[in-house]
Design a protein. Structure first.
Length: 235
């Protein structure tokens, strides 16, 4: 009986092993094909970019080209890193814009508590109002961009970038625009305070304002030089 059972079940075992080997081979082949399809090279439309596009890429992504960013879209882990970093930048932008908005509202809606610092004169008042408007626009654009990043996925982002042109421009502007608006808001606020300080009747206020202006120019110059050096070395 044992010999009969072995002779009966041995072909079935051989058939099962063959089928399992076939399906496992087919599964690995399918996974390899999917991996090859998922890892796509940089499209030709993203290789040739204008100077404006390279500057926007540098401001938005820290690189003057989209090659590194395209590589980050090939894996979920790298894409999550990019998304977390972008959301963190947008959150910081919203926080800065909120502080500028609250401060500008206080300066615009109230008078100066001291007579020798009159920021209610036309020039500082206009700059404070412009700073307020830019801060509001920053909050709106940053909020919409953050919602977009939270609800987007890797595949959709890659398909959006493939055609190039306007689609890449809108993609980069969604990151750069809030940063530019908050920078304009901050600079309008700083210029309003500088004008107020230089027009003050107190000599101490003028000296403090001049020292602040020198510090401001040195810091801005350092940031610009570092950015230019990084842009030149990363090309």
């Amino acid at each position: 009986m044992c010999g009969i059972s072995l002779s009966v079940y041995s072909p079935n075992c051989i058939l099962c092993n063959a089928m399992s080997s076939f399906y496992s081979t087919e599964l690995y082949t399918t996974l390899d094909q999917r991996a090859l399809v998922d890892e796509q090279p940089l499209p030709e439309a993203l290789r040739r970019t204008s100077l404006l596009m390279r500057v926007l890429c540098f401001l938005a992504l820290g690189r003057p080209s989209l090659e590194d960013h395209w590589k980050s879209l090939q894996s979920e882990q790298a894409f999550e890193t990019v998304r977390s970093r972008s959301c963190s930048i947008l959150a910081s932008t919203i926080t800065t814009a909120s502080v500028l908005l609250a401060t500008s509202v206080v300066f615009v809606s109230t008078g100066s508590p001291v007579p020798y610092l009159d920021y209610t004169s036309p020039a500082p008042h206009c700059l404070l109002f412009i700073s307020l408007m830019f801060a509001m626009i920053t909050i709106l654009t940053s909020g919409s961009s953050m919602i977009r990043w939270l609800h987007t996925d890797r595949q959709w982002t890659r398909e959006q970038l493939k055609p190039g042109g306007y689609f890449v421009l809108s993609y980069l502007l969604s990151i750069v625009t809030p940063i530019l608006f908050v920078a304009w808001s901050l600079h309008c606020f700083i210029f309003a305070i500088l004008i107020t300080g230089f027009c003050a009747q107190s000599t101490i206020c003028r000296v403090a304002t001049a020292f602040w202006l020198v510090t401001y120019v040195v810091n801005i110059g350092t940031i610009v030089m570092q950015s230019m050096w990084k842009y030149a070395t990363s090309r």
